[in-house]
Design a protein around this ligand. Structure first.
Ligand SMILES: *Cc1c(COP(=O)(O)O)cnc(C)c1O
Length: 408
């Protein structure tokens, strides 16, 4: 569950660090991790936190200290894991477009496994491993052709998506990978989508992947691990959504795995940090026109893209309590795009000067932030042991401009 204003002095933090401001709670990160540990207790999985959900170094360090591995999708994310003290030997590398440099660096770092997403990637990794004298540990990401029943932009396990190797090509791909002298086939993986509230598609994917693992074993290809990806959803809207049943999912996975000696890997992102963070923003203007209310806030789509990208819902709370009347308003940012909104037709008691708390902004918020409209990216704060610590400076405009070559 996300935080309410009683537990954290948001007003004081906004005064001290300015707005917009991301605020994360370390205890919530720990609790979310603990939920996985408890649900999957019998299986002792390696939990590889999906770095792209929130890649701040202090967040990565927190998960590294809890014993997590990492799921990365770029060389930049590998550099972050290493800088945060994460263990490359517990890091898996996913993504459809790994470049030669990224593969070379990951081999040098000694990552746990490449999650290969296509046949040409098998050849590329083999070639680079051969040149550099490595044996690359690999898993094939299988696309099980399952509808995750989520937003189409975050559904990844259907045949038509760009992700993974089609399940009907998988045996042939495995035979080919196993024949390459510089590859060592160690696992099988899938990731069918994100923000799943009904976990039955994940169970179905697990069953299909395991059937395939059995066929591979019969063909003499023995795997060490199965990686079921991430995708467990979180509650953004308490009125319409229910927390997915992680324990029931874990029990199903446990039952399916029971007769097999495969180590379990998981790659959760959103469900480890999404409800551990909020975005604080101040109302700049209360604009009324044509009978409509607009609350124009100082955060924008460049700070939190999810509403613009997926028409996502975020709960928004007013922190300043001055008995303002409830209004129905569009809550929007200053960016020059009509998609720059946080909420449409929302009932809220707020007006100019009020501090708003946008909930569930721990995942896919700061990590997706941009400088669009030459807006500096917001500061980030982590609350640990009751203390607020700045974990990312607010960007400054001078430094932003300095990265560009002068036009003299
Ligand atoms: C994004 C991603 C994840 C994490 O997904 P969540 O929905 O945040 O849990 C895990 N694995 C892969 C391959 C991903 O691309």
């Amino acid at each position: 569950m996300s935080q309410t204003s009683d537990q954290i002095p948001y007003e004081a933090l906004a005064e001290r660090f300015g707005t917009p401001l991301y605020v994360y709670n370390a205890d919530e990160l720990t609790r979310a991790h603990e939920r996985y540990r408890q649900a999957f207790a019998g299986l002792d999985p390696l939990i590889c936190y999906a770095v792209k959900a929130n890649s701040n170094l202090s967040i990565l360090r927190h998960f590294a200290q809890l014993g997590c591995g990492f799921d990365i999708v770029s060389g930049g994310e590998l550099a972050r894991v290493i800088a945060a003290g994460g263990d490359p030997a517990k890091t898996v590398f996913s993504g459809v477009g790994k470049s030669r440099d990224e593969i070379r660096d990951a081999l040098e770092a000694g990552i746990k496994c490449f999650n290969i997403e296509s046949l040409p990637e098998i050849d590329r990794i083999e070639a680079i491993a051969a040149i550099s004298g490595h044996i690359a540990p690999v898993s094939l990401r299988i696309n099980p052709n399952i509808n995750a029943q989520t937003h189409p932009y975050i559904s990844t396990g259907l045949r038509d998506n760009k992700f993974g190797i089609a399940i009907d090509q998988a045996e042939e791909a495995y035979r080919y990978a196993a024949s390459r002298p510089h590859l060592r086939v160690v696992g099988i993986d899938c990731h069918i989508g994100s923000q799943l509230l009904d976990l039955s598609p994940l169970e179905e994917a697990c069953a299909r992947i395991l059937e395939l693992a059995d066929r591979l074993e019969a063909a003499g290809i023995r795997l060490e691990h199965i990686d079921l990806g991430g995708g467990i959803g979180i509650v953004y809207d308490e009125n319409s959504e229910r927390e997915p049943d992680l324990t029931a999912y874990a029990q199903t996975v446990s039952r399916l795995l029971s007769s097999r000696s495969l180590k379990l890997l998981l790659e959760p992102g959103r469900s480890l940090c999404g409800n551990a963070g909020v975005l604080l923003t101040r109302v700049e203007y209360h604009k009324r026109h044509h009978g409509k209310n607009f609350l124009i806030v100082d955060a924008a789509m460049n700070d939190l893209m999810r509403p613009a990208l997926y028409q996502a819902y975020h709960r928004i709370e007013t922190l300043t309590r001055r008995g303002q009347p409830e209004i129905t308003a569009d809550i929007v940012g200053p960016v020059c795009e009509s998609s720059d909104f946080f909420a449409k037709e929302r009932t809220i008691a707020a007006t100019e000067g009020d501090l708003l708390l946008i909930h569930s902004a721990g995942a896919y918020a700061s990590s997706m932030a941009s400088n669009y409209n030459t807006r500096p990216r917001a500061a980030e704060v982590l609350i640990e042991n009751g203390q607020a610590r700045l974990i990312r400076h607010r960007e400054n405009i001078k430094a932003m401009l300095a990265a560009e070559l002068p036009c003299l």
